[in-house]
Design a binder for this molecule. Sequence first.
Ligand SMILES: NC(=O)c1ccc[n+]([C@@H]2O[C@H](COP(=O)([O-])OP(=O)(O)OC[C@H]3O[C@@H](n4cnc5c(N)ncnc54)[C@H](OP(=O)(O)O)[C@@H]3O)[C@@H](O)[C@H]2O)c1
Length: 291
Amino acid sequence: MSGRVESLAALELVVATSGFLPRAPRARYTTGMDLGLHGRVALVTGSTRGIGHHTALTLAKEGCDVAICGRTKEPLDQAAERLAATGRRVTASQVDLLEPGGVERFVSTAVESLGRLDVVVANVGGTFGGNFLETSPADWLKTFEVNLVHAVRVIQAAAPHLARSDAASVVIIASISGSRPGPRAQYGVAKAGEIQLASSLARELAPQRIRVNAVSPGSILWEGGSWHRRATTMPDVINQFVAREFPWGRMGTLDEIANVITFLSSPRASWVNGANVVVDGAQGQPSIKLP
Ligand SMILES: NC(=O)c1ccc[n+]([C@@H]2O[C@H](COP(=O)([O-])OP(=O)(O)OC[C@H]3O[C@@H](n4cnc5c(N)ncnc54)[C@H](OP(=O)(O)O)[C@@H]3O)[C@@H](O)[C@H]2O)c1
């Protein structure tokens, strides 16, 4: 009983002194749990910037050799340099994953260069077309292709290699838009498909001992990212969105997403399978209606 009072008092002290001001997390981790990722090989689709790149960097810092890709050469070279600075081996493929054979080439290049595959992060995603009444069937198909179908193709190409790992993991980067209503519908529906894909494959690929999970980020703010662009071009709209929908008064950071993806990719998460892990700081509405 006294323990309970003490912890409540401690909680009240934290609340009183924090004031809930928007800021990045204060915690600093100098030592930690060994995730068991050292010497493993990870492949991340769409990894020259944003969530994909930060995840590749976090996995490399945990001891993984990494395979990255993107369509544009200069950011790809710069991303590879940042990753190589961790001391891990890196293979970088300039490829459009929507082209026929693109996904399959990326996976086979990674395995040829790095010798094995333990971790796959299906990260590429995005939206084509505008609000519902202005969208064409082509917009819907392309949005499905870049999110859901790319994930299907990368998992199919990687599965034979993952099946040889003693700790195989796939993480599909979905979104809170996949489980909550909000614009753009084609994006949310494609992300819902990715969440469903993770839960179905967790069972279907269990005999091969491949775990499959989805991570659903809320809005993540990083320089050059879509929310940063909107915050620059329509600051009032974004400030109102943050005040209304984010109880901590800020959007999420790349670290906060990459850390969760990295843990799920590790053998420490061996009993997390078929989950949709929401990482959104208790965000409400997933997005805003754009013109
Ligand atoms: N940012 C957020 O707030 C947020 C929230 C929830 C979910 N998500 C999801 O998180 C994932 C990453 O989004 P993000 O905002 O961090 O990054 P992003 O700006 O969408 O960048 C994606 C990366 O993928 C590469 N890429 C895009 N299309 C490609 C293609 N066809 N072939 C090969 N590479 C391609 C890009 O490089 P190139 O352009 O050079 O090809 C870049 O490296 C997406 O699935 C997104 O839906 C993001």
